[in-house]
Design a protein around this ligand. Structure first.
Ligand code: ARG
Ligand code: ZN
Ligand code: CA
Length: 253
């Protein structure tokens, strides 16, 4: 078993309407999902086909809402900020108080998660390791966050945040972001795959001569529904752990 690495999290709830001001319980439910998914203790991994049933791996990475703020004062790890902005896109306004959002806590020490209304059908986005410090972290649509309250089917199992934190820890999309089998996620134990999968595909879905088992669409780094993505592989875990001993080492005390 890998040594446990716990990441302190601050969740910025940036809301215009009261509906968008999600509850503490909804935030805590999302943290529980992250701990289950990154610990491979999510019961729904039992849905995996036999070929991959032994592959899900505990990353040893865990998440906890911050107990002290950047000044060292006690906090519940949730920042609430009312905004006059009707919604946000992928251009990072939500990360700046002077643009209607909420400033990041020092991104070398905390994983910053912003939850807000998102425009254009965006469920979330993340910054890879090594980017600008002011905008580091992940953003998630308030209707795709947690498992209760405003969370909406089919994105109501907290997997958008699992996927985004995967990116934050240096994971690429499983199909490599090309359309012709030429792209890679730089992970050995995920099969080559042509395109993203959506909804709830049936097994096997073959592309790029990856038969008999086909695409690993039940991976958190595909685009399927929340109830269909259930695993990180050992190769993905290794990549995430490498980011924690390199560019993201400040997160681990
Ligand atoms: N579109 C987003 C991204 O590429 C996330 C998709 C998450 N999918 C889900 N089933 N929750 O980062
Ligand atoms: Zn993604
Ligand atoms: Ca691969």
């Amino acid at each position: 078993n890998l040594p446990t690495a716990t990441i302190q999290v601050v969740v910025h709830v940036v809301y215009q309407t009261e509906e968008q001001n999600i509850s503490d319980q909804q935030v805590m439910g999302q943290i529980e999902v992250l701990n289950r998914d990154f610990g491979a203790s999510n019961p729904d991994k039992s849905s995996l086909p036999k070929a991959w049933s032994n592959l899900p791996m505990d990353s040893g990475i865990r998440f906890s809402l911050a107990c002290s703020d950047p000044q060292g004062n006690p906090t519940d790890g949730i920042v609430r900020k009312q905004t006059d902005k009707g919604g946000f896109d992928h251009l990072d306004s939500v990360k700046f108080t002077n643009q209607g959002g909420s400033d990041a806590w020092p991104t070398d020490k905390y994983l910053n998660i912003w939850v807000c209304n998102m425009l254009g059908g965006l469920l979330g986005y993340a910054q890879f390791p090594g980017g600008p410090v002011e905008t580091d972290g992940v953003v998630v649509f308030y209707r795709a966050f947690g498992t209760e309250g405003t969370a909406q089917v089919p994105f109501n199992l907290g997997r958008t945040c699992t996927h985004e934190v995967g990116h934050y820890l240096n994971l690429r999309h499983i199909w490599g972001d090309t359309q012709d089998c030429s792209g890679s996620d730089y992970v050995e134990d995920t099969p080559l795959q042509q395109l993203p999968n959506y909804n709830k595909p049936s097994f096997p879905h073959i592309s790029c001569n990856n038969g008999p088992d086909g695409d690993m669409f039940m991976n958190y780094m595909d685009y399927v529904d929340d109830d269909t993505m259930v695993m990180f592989t050992p190769g993905q875990v290794a990549r995430m752990r490498t980011s924690l001993s390199g560019p993201r080492s400040g997160l681990i005390q």
